[in-house]
Design a protein around this ligand. Structure first.
Ligand SMILES: [Zn+2]
Ligand SMILES: [Zn+2]
Length: 270
């Protein structure tokens, strides 16, 4: 797994930090350096605005430093305060047309940008490539981001890995990867039957084993770092997600980071 020497390198160009992950709210900051300036993309905004401001502060940032927001889909744990934040800070917001329609086409006051599958978005030194995922939302997109050197994949909220998903993740050195549930915990949980079917279904959320299979599939293409994300509080345990990923990748459980609900993870180099 990733060397500490690389993490400490002054040549760091692409970094990311989860501000929170899971059904209580998802938000991830991606930072790219171009010369002396920094570009910040916020992927999802699934928190209240006070909480988002607080967590940005903990990350050493202000909301006004965000250059663009990308919303993956309309579920509340991803959209959160996106409209409020965008209007307050005058930040452009990218999302699919389906997501915009599912939100009821709110007035973004000219800040809305429509994202499409496999159409790149250039934000200074950062190139964002959205891709379609199988999830029970209107037109969900996840993203890879690159500064031309490192490549990061953000992949949460999908029921299974389509070949399209795997093609887009190929070449990512780092992935923030959904490990939603352990099937045995989900089966034994108090969730109603329809919800168990939805979460465990082909358009629901990834089980630990499915996430591990994705990591294994893209490992030969340069994967060095996996951060387990979007863990269910009821139907998963961090140690189960770590174990599944570590077994697939042939590394130590301790090499697998977990982005938790309230605090996400620290700044990481992609
Ligand atoms: Zn979600
Ligand atoms: Zn969702």
């Amino acid at each position: 797994m990733r060397s500490k020497f690389l993490v400490l390198s002054l040549l760091i160009m692409l970094r990311f930090k989860s501000l929170g992950s899971g059904s209580s709210g998802n938000a991830t900051v991606i930072q790219a350096r171009g010369g002396t300036s920094l570009t910040h993309l916020l992927v999802d905004c699934g928190l209240g605005i006070r909480q988002l401001d607080a967590r940005l502060g903990q990350a050493g940032m202000l909301a006004e430093q965000i250059d663009a927001i990308f919303i993956t889909h309309e579920h509340g744990d991803h959209i959160g305060c996106a409209l409020q934040l965008a209007l307050r800070e005058r930040i452009p917001v990218w999302m699919s047309h389906g997501t915009y329609a599912a939100l009821g086409e709110p007035d973004f006051e000219g800040l809305l940008r429509i994202a499409c599958d496999a159409v790149a978005i250039d934000l200074g030194p950062l190139r964002v490539l959205p891709f379609t995922v199988p999830h029970d939302a209107r037109e969900p997109l996840q993203v890879t981001c690159t500064d031309g050197s490192a490549r990061l994949g953000v992949l949460t909220d999908l029921g299974h890995a389509s070949s399209h998903v795997l093609e887009h993740l190929a070449g990512c050195g780092s992935v923030l990867l959904e490990c939603n549930h352990d099937p045995d915990l989900l089966a034994a949980s108090g969730y109603p039957a329809f919800l168990k079917r939805r979460v465990g279904g082909a358009h629901g959320h990834l089980a630990n084993s499915a996430a591990a299979a994705i990591a294994l599939a893209i490992q030969p293409r340069g994967l060095q770092q996996v951060v387990a994300a979007h863990l269910s509080e009821q139907n998963n345990r961090p140690e189960l997600a770590r174990r599944a990923l570590a077994m697939a990748l042939g590394c130590s459980d301790a090499d697998i980071l977990v982005a938790d609900g309230p605090s996400g993870c620290g700044w990481l180099t992609a």
